[in-house]
Ligand binder design. Structure first.
Ligand code: IPD
Length: 274
C-alpha cells in the first residue's frame, strides 16, 4: 500500500488549523443550537459548517477515501467502517463547551486503514494545542513528544470521566453507581473536561492517569486513541477486552494495570453500537 502517512498527517494538521480559525471566530459569538438525541446532546451551525469544510477538503484531495463524520451520521449517513482508507471526523469535540465558551474544544481527525487507526490529530482550538500521532512513530503535542504517567496504583490516580447526555433516572442511577465505585476505590480525583478526545490527550500527556466513558461515539475517540497508544498508554473495552471503535464505551489509561483495575470497578451502561 503506497499511502504516505506523513503526508496524511500534514494534510490533517493544516486542515485542523484552517477549520480551527472558523471555530475560534464563532467561539464567543451567539450560537444557533439544536438538539440531537437528548436535551443535553447539542449541535450548532458551526459543527455542521466545519464538518462540511472537512469532508469537502478530504474529497478534493483524496477522492477515493471514505469518511465517517459526526454530523453526517446525525443527518442519516451510515456509520460503516470498512478496510478502505477512512477518515473518522468530529468537527467539534466538546460542543457543550463550545456553546458555553468553556475553552476545551477540539477538532478530531482519525485516519484508518484495514479498520486500524493509523494517524490521529486532535487540535484543541482555544488553547492552540496540536496533538498528533502516526502509528509506530510516537505522539506529540506542538512538536513535543508525549509520555504517559508511570503511576500503577488506581488509588493514587487522577481520573477523567464523562457522564453522557442521557438524563433518564435509570441511566443516571448507573452513572452514579460507577462514580461511587470509583471514588471509594479510592482515587485522588475525578475531573470532567467535556471533551472525550481531550480527556484522552490528558492521559497521553501524563496530566491524568485514566479516563472512562459510556455512550461515547467512534469520532470522539478514534483520533485520540492512537495519540494515547503512541504515548505509551492503553485503551480497552470497559469489560476488559480490546478497544472496539464501535462499542460506544472505553477505558483509557497510562498502563494495563490501571486500565484493568478501573474496568473491574465499572458496571455496564448499555448503548446501541455505532
Ligand atoms: C461529546 C464530548 C463529551 C462526551 C460525549 C461526546 P461532541 O462530543 O466528547 O465530552 O461526554 O460522549 O459525544 O458531541 O461534543 O462532539
Amino acid at each position: 500500500n503506497d499511502i504516505d502517512l506523513k503526508e496524511i498527517l500534514d494534510f490533517g494538521v493544516n486542515l485542523s488549523r484552517t477549520v480551527g480559525s472558523v471555530i475560534l471566530k464563532a467561539f464567543k459569538q451567539p450560537k444557533k443550537i439544536q438538539l440531537k438525541e437528548t436535551c443535553a446532546d447539542l449541535v450548532t451551525e458551526t459543527d455542521q459548517l466545519v464538518e462540511h469544510m472537512i469532508i469537502k477538503a478530504i474529497k478534493d484531495t483524496y477522492p477515493t477515501h471514505k469518511f465517517i463524520g459526526e454530523e453526517s451520521v446525525a443527518a442519516g449517513l451510515k456509520c460503516n467502517l470498512t478496510d478502505e482508507p477512512t477518515w473518522i471526523v468530529d468537527p467539534i469535540d466538546g460542543t457543550t463547551n463550545f456553546v458555553h465558551r468553556y475553552p476545551y474544544v477540539a477538532v478530531c481527525l482519525g485516519f484508518c486503514m484495514n479498520k486500524t487507526v493509523k494517524v490521529g490529530i486532535v487540535y484543541n482550538v482555544p488553547n492552540d494545542e496540536m496533538f498528533t500521532a502516526i502509528r509506530g512513530l510516537g505522539a506529540f503535542c506542538n512538536g513535543k513528544q508525549l509520555q504517559v504517567s508511570d503511576e500503577t496504583d488506581l488509588a493514587k490516580s487522577l481520573l477523567m470521566a464523562e457522564f453522557g447526555s442521557k438524563r433518564d433516572p435509570e441511566t443516571i442511577e448507573k452513572v452514579l453507581k460507577n462514580i461511587t465505585s470509583v471514588l471509594t476505590n479510592p482515587v485522588h480525583a475525578i475531573h470532567n473536561m467535556g471533551s472525550a478526545a481531550l480527556n484522552i490527550c490528558a492521559v497521553a500527556s501524563a496530566q491524568a492517569e485514566a479516563y472512562y466513558e459510556y455512550g461515547i461515539h467512534c469520532w470522539d475517540y478514534c483520533a485520540a486513541s492512537i495519540i494515547l497508544e503512541e504515548a505509551g498508554g492503553v485503551i480497552i473495552d470497559t469489560e476488559g477486552g480490546p478497544m472496539d471503535l464501535m462499542a460506544r464505551r472505553l477505558v483509557a489509561a497510562c498502563n494495563t494495570s490501571i486500565a484493568q483495575s478501573l474496568s473491574r470497578k465499572l458496571i455496564t451502561i448499555e448503548y446501541p453500537r455505532d
